[in-house]
Design a protein around this ligand. Sequence first.
Ligand code: MG
Length: 267
Amino acid sequence: MKYCRFDLNGSTHYGLVESVAGSDEITRLLLQPPQDSDGDVEGLPSRRMDRIPLAQASLLPPVQPSKIVCVGRNYREHAAELGHEVPQEPLLFFKPPSSLLPPGGTILRPKVSERTDYEGELGVVIARRCHQLTESDDVRPYILGYTCVNDFTARDLQNKDGQWTRAKGFDTFCPVGPLVADGLDPWAGVLVETRVNGDVRQSGNTQDFIFPLDVVIRYISQIMTLEPGDLIATGTPKGVGPVVAGDAIEVSIEGIGQLRNPVADQP
Ligand code: MG
């Protein structure tokens, strides 16, 4: 199952996405948001539409989360490259929903930062309300699907502030998309790659998570109730680095697709 969110003639829709002759096309309009499906998106009422190639659609962020919960330093080699110890428990922070940016949207570098970094990550979309899961709870029914996230970061402000709300929270700092897909198995390993202007800068695999998804979701659910549609960014692999105006960042995840965003300076 794959779905996207898009604008069609001035209205916002969710659409089912199918591979047709090797390329993704939007084939059906969903008549309810996928986060209302309790995990069964294909069982939602839908109607046929004139097919639109995904690449030609006016895509929007495929999620409308009440919160975006992010995991910091979830890959050993990334913790090491920033000079940090491996955390003993998942390290959590938020990005505000106002930071969401659609595929193709321009990331704006704020004037108050001199160093802004890409962070390509696997995103997890929550299927159903999730509260105080324990060791015996299977987390998989709580996962609606997966998407690409760029946890864009003002690195100098992150180091200066000590806490990360400003560094992670600017408008446009959370590109996400192009779609949500199930059928991935992050426990078995999913390749997460980031390119800048076409050059590969990050090439990680989710099998190298310090805290696997079940540990992360249970841990978060012990603190706060996760709602359907909430987004979890699972941490970035090694290879983070700065970008400047004129660069373009692509986060690619097998089974999902490619999230591409240009970078510009805030006017
Ligand atoms: Mg990150």
